[in-house]
Design a protein around this ligand. Sequence first.
Ligand SMILES: Nc1ncnc2c1ncn2[C@@H]1O[C@H](COP(=O)(O)OP(=O)(O)OP(=O)(O)O)[C@@H](O)[C@H]1O
Ligand SMILES: [Mg+2]
Length: 206
Amino acid sequence: MSSQSDSGVPMLQMRGITKHFPGVLASDQVDFDVRAGEVHTLLGENGAGKSTLMKILYGLYQQDEGDILLHGKPVSLTSPANAIAHGIGMIHQHFMLVPTLTVAENVSLGLKSTRGVLSDLKTVSKRITELSRTFGLHVYPDEYVWQLSVGERQRVEIIKALYRDASILILDEPTAVLTPSEVDDISLSSENLLMMDAVLCSSLIN
Ligand SMILES: Nc1ncnc2c1ncn2[C@@H]1O[C@H](COP(=O)(O)OP(=O)(O)OP(=O)(O)O)[C@@H](O)[C@H]1O
Ligand SMILES: [Mg+2]
C-alpha cells in the first residue's frame, strides 16, 4: 500500500477549514497536512472540534470555508460514499455495525458488487481473512457481531474501511470505548496500521 507521492506534495491538505454550528465556531481556519506514511493524533478537550474536522474529511459535514486537496488536487467531499471513493475511511466513536449479522455480511453491506449474495460472501470472507492476517487484526468473517467485544467490533470497522481500499484511515477517539487491555491490543495493531498510507486519530485530553 504505498502511494508515496514523488512530487513531495502532501497526500492530504486541509486549508483554512472553518465550520460553524448554531452559536458555535467548531473549526476556525484549521490548516492540516498529511504526508504518506504518517500517523497523526489530534488532541483536544471535549468540544474542541476534533470530530467535526474528521467528519468534514469523511464528507459527513461540509465546511463553510476552506479547501481540501488530495495529492495536490482540490476535491469536494460531499458524502461518505464520495470520501470512500477518494480512499478515505473512518471509524466512528460509535460503531455502525449490525449486531445480528456476521462480520462478512457487515463488511459486504453497501458494496456495489453484492449481487449473488452467497458467492459474494465467499469472496468477501476470503479477503477479510487476508486483510486480517496482513494487518494483524484477528477478525474472523463468520462470527456474529453481537458475540464480539467492543475491541473486536472496532477491528471489524477497521477491516471494513480497509476492504474499501482506504488509504487514509480516520479513527475518532479509538480508545474511548475500549477496556485497558483492548487499548493495548490496538496499540499493538497500530504497528500494522503503519502499512496504511496515513492514519489520523483523535484523542481526548482533559
Ligand atoms: N451536528 C452538530 N450540531 C450542532 N453542534 C455541533 C454538531 N457537531 C458538533 N457540534 C458542536 O461543535 C463543537 C465541536 O464538537 P466536536 O464533536 O467536533 O468536538 P470533539 O473535539 O470531537 O469533542 P469530543 O471530545 O466530545 O468528541 C461542540 O461545541 C459541539 O457541541
Ligand atoms: Mg469527538
